[in-house]
Design a protein around this ligand. Structure first.
Ligand code: DAH
Length: 330
């Protein structure tokens, strides 16, 4: 009998233990055999043998149950070890790309004006003098051309300095009424903290019958648009000058960095200039042969919007392709 105690203790799996159980407690097992042998023992010894065998039976059963619990616990722990996931491991999945902050901002602006029924128009990046300057009431030698020094090709062709020529091209090819925006890249001979030789603008133009478009309409839509872009901010209109609009205004929002209390970014004024606008100058309508119409126009720099929305300090960093910067916008 002794050996079975050893065997139970040494069993390493539930299967081996089950084999032992059958060998010990089964119908043809050792205990059954011992009880059978007892029958042929002398009568006076039978009760002693029976007692011993019953004692073995119950203590073997106890050993068996205890060992079974131990093995099951061991097996469970082993399985948990194997199946566990190391959450500290680096993911090997490939990285998803994301829109550049300038494109994302452009999309958001386009989304707003599309919802207001403006259609999107695009022109070419290479323009002629007529569309980029002349028709926009910027005659040759006009001092305002200085603000938009650009890169010239032969034959009076140039890299467009603003998206305003798309106004002209649209009016030349369609009849009023017009509600359009023109997003796209523009070029100037400029390079510093707030200027890059290439940047993006969005131009807006609305034309309808004479007397149907007012400065109030323009003010309403731009205020609504700026609140859509920047959230809870103040908006103010300042008189300004653009050759293609009269009257003209520049639009400021309360500084998104200091909320209007005055800081380095807003030069302690509490205001940030974000776009130019005005009522379309009659000279522009004349250049495109539009009669008895009125309209408003506006133009804005997309990089400037992106910088203010994401609080980026240096415009040039948007064009350096610095992954560390771009990753923050995923
Ligand atoms: N074209 C101007 C620029 O590049 C921006 C602009 C200002 C466009 C006023 C407009 C406007 O249509 O009305 O600086």
């Amino acid at each position: 009998m002794k050996e079975w105690y050893e065997k139970i203790k040494e069993a390493q799996s539930v299967e081996t233990l089950e084999e032992i159980r059958i060998s010990v407690f089964g119908k043809k097992g050792v205990l059954a055999a011992e009880f059978a042998k007892m029958k042929s023992a002398p009568n006076e010894e039978k009760s002693k043998i029976a007692k011993e065998l019953n004692a073995h039976k119950s203590s073997l059963m106890n050993e068996f149950t205890a060992r079974k619990i131990t093995i099951q616990t061991m097996e469970l722990q082993e399985a948990m070890k194997k199946e566990s996931i190391d959450v500290s491991l680096f993911s090997t999945s490939s990285q998803a790309g994301a829109l550049h902050p300038v494109m994302e901002t452009m999309d958001k602006i386009v989304e707003y004006f599309s919802s207001m029924n403006f259609t999107v128009k695009t022109g070419g990046m290479i323009e002629d003098d007529f569309n980029n300057f002349e028709a926009l009431n910027l005659p040759k030698y006009h001092p305002a051309r200085d603000m938009q020094d650009t890169f010239y090709f032969k034959d009076e062709m140039l890299l467009r300095t603003h998206t305003s020529p798309v106004q002209i091209r649209t009016m030349m090819s369609t009849k009023p009424p017009i509600r359009m925006i023109a997003p796209g890249a523009v070029f100037r001979r400029d390079y510093d903290l707030t200027h890059t030789p290439m940047f993006h603008q969005i131009e807006g133009l609305l034309v309808d019958k004479k007397g149907k478009v007012s400065f109030a309409n323009l003010k309403y839509i731009l205020e609504d648009f700026l609140k859509y872009m920047f959230g809870d901010i103040e908006v103010r209109f300042r008189p300004s000058f653009f050759p293609f609009t009269e009257p003209s205004a520049e639009v400021d929002i309360s500084c998104v960095f200091c909320e209007g209390s005055g800081c380095r970014v807003c030069s302690k004024t509490g205001w940030l200039e974000v776009l130019g606008c005005g009522i379309v100058d009659p000279n522009v309508f004349e250049a495109v042969n539009y009669k008895d119409v009125s309209g408003y126009a506006f133009g804005l720099g997309v990089e400037r919007f992106a910088m203010l929305i994401h609080k980026i300090g240096d415009l040039r960093s948007l064009f350096e392709g610095d992954i560390k910067l771009l990753e923050q916008f995923q």
